[in-house]
Write a protein that binds this ligand. Structure first.
Ligand code: NDP
Ligand code: MG
Length: 387
């Protein structure tokens, strides 16, 4: 008899990670089942996904948006749950095997935390949770026996490469970065960047927030902090290299000098599939390297004048405590202000730096303190915008 399917709660199903996750589930030949879907604003997309995947629950995290959901379009046996608490309820439900954390930003924290409190497995795309509360999440994992499987492509690559040696044999984690759309733009032109230009990423098709983060390189800063807590490796042992082709997703250098990399075309369906089917590898839907074509790979050290965000990521990873939460919240708010036309592209990183510097660093914060600081940092960005 065939094994029963793994039940996946796809949180943030209407986003870029969510849609890629549903592709993986659709291609799994019944091995994976979307038991829950969640959306915040895109009600028509949610209804269409529910029709196709027939989940037990759909969650609408924004109660106002829920009023726009046409329930007649849903399968008759699909239950609608409303509000942010419903994300927590689903994440903790006994019938959920894996929570796919695909919500963007700080809003993903509570559901991931809730799943880990139940000792569940979380396939984690929502890096902001680790940036904000990575140290506390690591403690929770140790206490409750849950599991975090990285979906972020760099961290999935590191996770795979790390299996080539022991933890104390790791010399360095090397995160690759495409460099985004402005890698070669004359520095003085950065000031004039428009929202449309910043949203045009050369190698990845992603949601708006992470696309802006990739253009400022704040994405790599957040990923340094994410790697520090996911793998328990100190900040000093995490490096960044520019690799414009986005084929090598990251590398682990061991003490003997051997460097192990994971390579594949830029397609998020592979890391998602690896996490959802873990510990198995399956044929799946992701694109493959064509070895019949020439393949040229470049690696360059990052230009720190162009991308000062990297230094902020290193600083937050070293400082630990409250630094990650402040950096993350300031960045989320600054990116939103840029998208709203209230802040220049080149002001995003300076705003984050000044707010990080201004905050009273605390080495051992509670989750409640981090949530409070998250609010404070957002207010500071509003003051920066008005100034
Ligand atoms: P998108 O903006 O495409 O999707 C975000 C999802 O979160 C949507 O389903 C959205 O619902 C939902 N959402 C938005 N705000 C809230 C909220 N306040 N409460 C609950 N749900 C909310 O983002 P991405 O898919 O690009 O990114 C998701 C996460 O994955 C991010 O943390 C990102 O850093 C990470 N990631 C993404 C990659 C990618 O390739 N896209 C690669 C690596 C990591 P709705 O659309 O209905 O409003
Ligand atoms: Mg990444």
């Amino acid at each position: 008899m065939a094994d029963s399917p793994k039940h996946i709660a796809v949180l943030g199903s209407t986003g870029s990670i969510g849609a890629n996750s549903l592709d993986v589930i659709a291609a799994s030949e019944g091995q994976l089942k979307a038991i829950a879907l969640s959306a915040h604003s895109r009600m028509d997309e949610l209804a269409a996904q529910a029709k196709k995947f027939r989940p037990r629950w759909v969650v609408v995290s924004d109660p106002k948006a829920a009023k726009r959901l046409d329930r007649k379009k849903l399968p008759s046996d699909c239950e609608v749950l409303v509000g942010p608490d419903a994300l927590v309820e689903v994440a903790q439900h006994a019938d959920v095997d894996v929570v796919l954390a695909g919500i963007v930003g700080r809003a993903g924290l509570e559901s991931t935390w809730a799943a880990l409190e139940q000792g569940k497995t979380v396939a984690l795309a929502n890096k902001e949770t680790m940036v904000m509360a990575g140290e506390l999440v690591s403690k929770l994992l140790a206490e409750k026996g849950g599991r975090l499987l990285p979906v972020d492509s760099e961290h999935s690559a590191l996770f795979q490469a790390l299996s080539a040696g022991k933890t104390d044999e790791v010399a360095r984690l090397v995160l690759t970065a495409s460099g985004g759309p402005f890698k070669d733009l004359p520095l003085h032109e950065l000031q004039q960047i428009t929202v449309a230009e910043a949203l045009a990423h050369p190698t990845w098709d992603m949601g708006p927030k992470i696309t802006i983060d990739s253009a400022t390189m704040m994405n790599k800063a957040l990923e340094i902090v994410e790697a520090r807590w996911l793998f328990g490796v100190p900040a000093e042992k995490i490096a960044v290299v520019i690799h414009p082709q986005s084929i090598v997703h990251s590398l682990v250098e061991f003490v003997d000098g051997a460097v192990i990399a994971q390579m594949s075309p830029p397609d998020m369906r592979l890391p998602i599939q690896y996490a959802l089917h873990y510990p198995n590898r399956v044929a799946g839907v992701a694109r493959r390297i064509d070895w019949g074509q020439a393949l040229h790979l470049n690696f360059d050290p990052p230009d720190r004048d162009r991308f000062p965000a990297i230094g902020l990521g290193e600083q937050a990873a070293k400082a630990g405590g409250t630094a990650g939460a402040v950096l993350n919240a300031a960045n989320e708010a600054a990116v939103q202000s840029f998208l709203d036309g209230d802040l220049h592209f080149t002001e995003i990183v300076p705003a984050c730096r000044s707010i990080l510097k201004a905050h009273n660093h605390e080495a051992r914060p509670t989750l409640e303190q981090l949530v409070k600081l998250d609010k404070w940092a957002r207010q500071e960005v509003s003051r920066w915008v008005c100034a």
